[in-house]
Write a new protein. Structure first.
Length: 142
């Protein structure tokens, strides 16, 4: 086995999570901030993947509520293809519909001060955790 990197790819931030070496439990990593109009942080994520000896990457796939692919879905797929090419690690996809809503509810339930709860990077990290943990759970049942 090896570690799996989970990614919630957003327009402003990239939420990240990493599995333990047995690929059982997801753990948070700091979210990366994207600057508007700039390229996605492929180099930074590649460095993280190498540092943590990642053997697989799972990215949340943003589908419409009806389950259709959108222009944003195509952009996220393009990012995943670049990441797979740069890292040499296979990329898998997981439907992320409703993940952000669940992540917001999870962060609100933590009992943090309002200023800490409202930090968007916490929500993006929680979304990456949920994506990765769902993927890990699905793999363990297979």
């Amino acid at each position: 086995m090896g570690r799996i990197l989970g990614i919630d790819f957003g327009r402003r931030r990239v939420g990240l999570a990493i599995s333990d070496p047995t690929a059982t439990i997801a753990q948070p990593l700091p979210a990366l901030t994207r600057r508007e109009g700039k390229r996605p942080p492929v180099a930074a994520i590649t460095a993280l993947a190498q540092q943590h000896e990642v053997t697989e990457i799972v990215i949340g796939l943003p589908l419409s509520l009806q389950g259709d692919e959108t222009a944003w879905t195509a952009e996220v797929r393009e990012f995943g293809a670049k990441l797979a090419d740069r890292t040499g690690v296979p990329v898998s996809w997981l439907d992320e519909r409703m993940t952000s809503v669940l992540a917001e509810k999870t962060v609100r339930s933590l009992g943090l001060k309002r200023s800490e709860r409202e930090r968007k990077d916490r929500v993006d990290t929680a979304a990456a955790l949920l994506i990765l943990q769902a993927y890990l759970d699905r793999r363990s049942r297979a």
